[in-house]
Design a protein around this ligand. Structure first.
Ligand code: SF4
Length: 211
């Protein structure tokens, strides 16, 4: 994932992840730390006025139709959350949905997925994110200042045209730095630091932990 790096914040996340892994914390605990660090940094670096321009909100899901790359610790943390919060029946329903999406997006690039209009497996029926409290860093990095531009961008993408979406670059840089800091720390700790599309990554862990 290409990202704009804020060096001191990258270092903060990197050291925090290494400390967390060395202390034997769970992926959920590690990710909670990172999310908190990023929220605190955003609160420090982004003024209230800038934050008020962000239009992302529950139910607005124009952007939830693209591939979402996640790192292994993020996928582990999401699977941990689902396993502890869903009933067996809901888990089976979710797994069927993820399997269906996995098959239908296989081999698709971003553009093809948007054209096929295949939403994220964690998108609820009212456009809400079903894993909001543990959603990936990439999802957290997006802060559109114009939801209509997001809708237009998806439509234009179908016509193979690029569209401009105004967003807060400081916010994006904080979460990009967190993603890179996490990946670098995982590499240092000899944890697989490749990113995978969220559908397959989480489904794999759910299957593995239920076996
Ligand atoms: S994880 Fe949540 S926020 Fe991210 S794409 Fe899926 S539904 Fe949208």
């Amino acid at each position: 994932m290409a990202g704009i790096r804020i060096y001191d914040f990258h270092e903060t996340v990197y050291l925090s992840v290494i400390g967390s892994v060395k202390a034997g914390e769970s992926p959920a605990e590690t990710m909670k730390r990172i999310h908190l660090l990023a929220q605190q940094r955003a609160a420090k670096d982004i003024s209230g006025q800038e934050a008020s321009h962000m239009q992302c909100r529950r139910g607005c899901s124009h952007c939830c139709r693209v591939h979402v790359p996640v790192l292994c610790l993020e996928a582990d943390s999401i699977a941990e959350y689902l396993l502890s919060s869903l009933s067996e029946e809901s888990l089976e329903t979710l797994k069927s949905k993820l399997r269906y999406i996995k098959v239908h997006i296989a081999g698709y690039d971003e553009q093809e997925r948007i054209v096929a209009n295949i939403p994220c497996g964690f998108l609820g029926s009212e456009g809400e994110c079903l894993i909001h409290s543990v959603r990936p860093l990439v999802c957290r990095s997006v802060t559109s200042a114009d939801s209509e531009a997001c809708r237009r961008a998806m439509t234009m993408s179908v016509c193979e045209e690029n569209a401009f979406i105004p967003m807060n670059i400081t916010h994006k840089s904080i979460y990009d730095s967190a993603f890179i800091g996490l990946a670098d720390a995982m590499k240092e700790m000899k944890i697989d630091c490749r990113s995978f599309e969220i559908t397959e990554a989480v489904l794999y862990r759910l299957n593995k932990q239920i076996e």
